[in-house]
Design a protein around this ligand. Structure first.
Ligand SMILES: [Zn+2]
Length: 157
């Protein structure tokens, strides 16, 4: 893997520190999700911020703040997807099961959700409503269908 990464850097143009498309993509860590592929990007084009679900958490806001304030991104895409591992997960039941097994409470929400469109809308609106972020005029939501491989923009607000 190390050799392959070095070869790619040696043959292609070297990515800069600042994303050339000024786009930050928040998305899920799912194996079928590839943030570079969504917007026909190459290394150096975007910031990809990934976690379980592609949810807008405190740490995602931290990364987005760094991305916008210090590294020049101005646009945000939140991409959630069909068949997500968090879809239908019962947060309360799972949190109690984990606490029973581990003997300690988890200090965060697992992030399970029941409605993909609704959860996506909440995330987009949360980014738009976060005043510490300098660029909130172009925050869009998308759903990626892991069966058809299509990315669709969802009108929000
Ligand atoms: Zn997912």
């Amino acid at each position: 893997m190390v050799t392959r990464a070095r070869e790619r850097v040696a043959t292609g143009p070297r990515p800069g520190k600042r994303p050339s498309s000024a786009l930050a993509v928040i998305t899920c860590m799912d194996t079928r999700v590839d943030p570079l592929q969504f917007f026909q990007s190459r290394p150096g084009d975007i910031h990809a911020i990934e976690n379980a679900g592609g949810l807008v958490t405190g740490d995602v806001i931290r990364s987005l703040l760094v991305s916008q304030r210090y590294l020049g991104t101005r646009r945000v895409a939140v991409v959630m997807h069909t068949d997500c591992g968090l879809l239908g997960l019962d947060d309360h039941a799972e949190a109690s099961a984990i606490a029973d097994e581990a003997g300690v409470e988890i200090p965060f929400s697992l992030g399970g959700f029941g409605d993909l469109h609704q959860r996506l809308a909440e995330s987009v609106l949360m980014v738009r409503a976060t005043p510490i972020l300098p660029h909130r005029n172009d925050v869009r939501g998308y759903i990626y269908d892991v069966e058809t491989l299509r990315l669709s923009e969802v009108a929000i607000g």
